[in-house]
Design a protein around this ligand. Sequence first.
Ligand SMILES: Cc1ncc(COP(=O)(O)O)c(C=O)c1O
Length: 466
Amino acid sequence: MAFCWSVPVLHHQVDKKWRNKSTCRKQMHKFHHTNSHPFACSKEMAIATSDSVNESNNALDATDFDKYVMKTYKRQKLYFTHGSGAWLWDQDGRKLLDFVGGIATCSVGHSHPKLVEAVSQQMSQVHHVSNLYYIPQQAQLAKWLVEHSCADRVFFCNSGTEANEAAIKLARKYGKVRWNCKEPVIISAYNSFHGRTCGSLSATAQTKYQSSFLPLLPGFEYIHYNDTTSFLEMVEKITKSSTSNPDRRIVGVLLEAAQGEGGVMPGDVSFFQTVRQVCNEIGALMILDEVQVGMGRTGRLWGYEHHDQVEPDIFTTAKGLAGGIPIGAMLCKSHCDLFEPGDHAATFGGNPLSCAAALAVCHIIEEEHLVENAKERGRELKLGLERLKESYPHIISQVRGWGLLLGLELKEYAASQIIEAALEEDLLVLSAGPKVVRLAPPLVITREQVQLALQVLNNVMKKFKL
Ligand SMILES: Cc1ncc(COP(=O)(O)O)c(C=O)c1O
């Protein structure tokens, strides 16, 4: 396969009327997020898309990529020139069905005209000023989020891990204000994923992510996800130790409403209800990480809505919030809205550009009934996957997940084998751990596209038939 940043492919089918407009508009119109962020690479893309460019001078290949870019990902040897809805086109003009969605991020698909318009419009007016000033778009977005969730206030940042850092800090401040707590403890779960910065990494109880970066931030204790006994024993252990050391207290319990990276594992309702009840009793904050499951992906706007009557005190969101434009948010109820000027901040957090994008996404989700679509298409997809499991019991051991975040647990094969085979058939899927194939298409996915993906997966499974 040719893998080269050669110029002509970048001229492809971009609507002529967008040519010669800003690089932002061009890049938004082609696609804006797959995994590494092309929008943020617009300088190179601007060079590559210039009509006057000498092709050979600008041709870069995978070796060049690896020469200049740190190897923080295992990358497939392909790149995309443009996208539309759930379709992506690669450097060879090959059309692929995207069930990765920029890792559960491209909520409204690629090049959604309303998102393109909102970002282009905002870019042409004012894209960044600083939180030293009022930002109307931020207020509008916060209002939408508050009106559509259990939260009262919002803090904006740029990513999921940053949103979780903010939540960790807020829980610590809560402990300080409420009990003058000097050794705050946050309980999180094994197999969780909360991000790569040191605070979030300390909450992410997976040795493979933590081991090279010790020592971690102190004050995290781990329990088994969905295991009420494990949780209650941990609470008892810490509460007992608080008798001899009153400085040590549980200030928060941080959990994913459904674990994503940890293998697509939906949260258990009774476990979450117990956590809520115990948090009420001991005065700890219930913090839910909705970075992957939030913004409609699971067929409900927020993952916690699956856990009857359970509302968190704090929750975080990012990925799907602006459909691929970087943004993160930490939302809380007013009783723990304790940050004051100087406590926490983010230069880019909630700037006009990202907020305009997120607002557009919120409106698209409402207007196009994407939460309902995620529920319905997710139901069809899950049904189809269950059928595949029946046809290929030697390959698939379990199908799980909510809405459009679904996982296929494999028996003998590695997820990477299925991913490779699907790619050969023009379907993009990803893993969630070594044995789970994850499906996270854009929420705009159609019934026909779901059926097509199932057909392809069936073809893939045939190749692995005993
Ligand atoms: C549940 C969850 N929390 C946090 C993160 C980290 O988000 P980001 O990569 O935007 O920092 C992720 C990323 O996959 C996630 O799935």
